[in-house]
Design a protein around this ligand. Structure first.
Ligand code: EPU
Length: 422
């Protein structure tokens, strides 16, 4: 971790065309899923971000043979050389998705030792539902001294009812169930686009998964899984949304190519309500904005509701809307820490438990601010683009966890962003 900072000279209108990268949250699920294949897998369209680099390090530590070409976004993974089933603490604490190695290693080798995962500090993030699912499939799972130890002599498919809708829990149980005997049915499953992406990847290596994208997913276990063709992951829904909000926040005119507009409907509806113009094509979205924005209120929800990962960037935009907006964060209890930083930039915000009340001000002004997590960092970048003066963002390493070449992309649209190490 360095003390590198990002400098943003605000006030530039973003204009032009920008291409969206592959989805972080698909990448961090599909890379461990490659462990399930008996033959090498080729994954395409992977973003060159820190969480993918940590995933590569994890696979290599386990003994997999990984060829990662960051410039082309292509990775080939041969899991047949894996010799270890334990993930070290220094890797697992770097990202939330380390927990997926429990499901994947358990399914392939019958054992996994993975320290409780780290990741963004945005509230309580237990993995009880992940472990409940694995126990239901027949694994013995213990946690002691912060280490999850899972073992089995053979998993057997069953019906699993999730107590709440959990993205990570759904993914982990899907991974564990792929090589189980018989059929697993996950009820109350998450429906996020990356769940569907993982199901499609599992299909591409020969596992039959039905119902992904609905709340009931059915997986027919198969011990003979093998990759037959390269698999390209979906575009990043959250990067697309971040760029859409940046376009609106700078009263710009930006076309985002390579995205999936249907994944963006909750955000698109709110931007339209604010008075921005959003035009969709098959794989592109154009966002234009002139004049003042109307305030809007929203609650974060599971997909297809408004995503919690866009709550922080969106609340930056609301800071200059003409009136009062209310934002309810229903998924994570500590996801408003960026607002205190934006108050330094002149935002007028009050937080009551899980609700933020944002009174729009005419103009944000630059300040030195600190990112507390990945999407908080994205929110501060947007605030910096909107502000008068030069904003300095500390803790840029959070931004690099999940955005590929963010400032290069924004600068190509007319932003003025640089980095320096003091
Ligand atoms: N929960 C439990 N028990 C569990 C699992 C979850 O109580 O076993 C609770 C959590 O405390 C939370 C809620 O259920 O209140 C939802 O958590 P979920 O499991 O859906 O989240 P996650 O898997 O930890 C993923 C993304 C997050 C994104 C959330 C919600 C990955 C690697 N992470 O986290 O992405 O915010 O889903 O959509 O896919 C990000 O990209 O910045 C990010 C944080």
């Amino acid at each position: 971790m360095s003390d590198e900072r990002m400098l943003i000279v605000g006030g530039h209108r973003l204009e032009g065309t920008v291409h969206v990268s592959g989805a972080k949250n698909s990448a961090v699920a599909i890379i461990p899923a490659a462990i399930l294949s008996d033959t090498p897998c080729v994954i395409e369209n992977l973003p060159n971000i820190e969480d993918v680099r940590v995933s590569v390090e994890t696979l290599r530590y386990l003994g997999a043979t990984v060829d990662w070409q960051p410039e082309s976004g292509t990775m080939s993974i041969d899991a047949s050389t894996i010799t270890r089933t334990e993930v070290p603490l220094e890797l697992s604490r770097k990202m939330r998705a380390s927990s997926y190695y429990i499901g994947a290693l358990l399914a392939r080798f019958g054992e996994a030792r993975v320290p409780m995962p780290g990741g963004c500090d945005i509230g309580r993030r237990p993995i009880d539902q992940h472990l409940k699912g694995m126990r239901a499939l027949g694994a013995a799972v213990e946690t002691s001294y912060g280490m999850v130890v899972a073992e089995t002599n053979g998993l057997v498919g069953t019906d699993i009812f999730m107590d709440m809708v959990t993205v990570g829990g759904t993914i982990n149980v899907m991974l564990a169930a792929t090589r189980a005997e018989g059929i697993t049915i996950i009820h109350n499953a998450a429906k996020e686009p990356h769940i569907v992406d993982l199901a499609n990847f599992l299909g591409s290596i020969g596992c039959r998964v039905k119902g992904a994208g609905t709340d009931t997913i059915r997986i027919r276990g198969n011990r003979g899984l093998s990759a037959r063709r390269p698999y390209a992951i979906i575009p990043d829904q959250i990067e697309t949304g971040t760029l859409m909000i940046a376009a609106a926040g700078t009263h710009g005119d930006v076309t985002i190519t390579g995205c999936i507009p249907t994944h963006m409907e909750a955000l698109t509806a709110k931007l339209l309500e604010m008075g921005a113009r959003v035009d969709e094509k098959d794989d592109a979205i154009r966002v234009r904005s002139l004049g003042a924005h109307r305030p809007v209120s929203f609650k974060t929800q599971v997909y297809p509701g408004f995503p919690t990962d866009l709550q922080q960037p969106m609340s930056a935009l609301l800071c200059t809307a003409a009136g009062t907006s209310r934002v309810v964060e229903n998924i994570f209890e500590s996801r408003f820490r960026h607002l205190a930083e934006m108050e330094r930039m002149g935002a007028n915000v009050r937080v009551y438990e899980q609700t933020a009340v944002i009174e729009g001000v005419p103009q944000l002004h630059a300040a030195a601010v600190e990112a507390s997590d990945l999407r908080a960092g994205a929110a501060l970048v947007i605030a910096g683009l909107m502000a008068h003066g030069t904003t300095e963002i500390y803790n840029t390493h959070y931004i690099d966890r999940g955005y590929e070449h963010l400032e290069t992309k924004l600068n190509s649209l007319g932003a003025e962003i640089s980095r320096f190490i003091p």
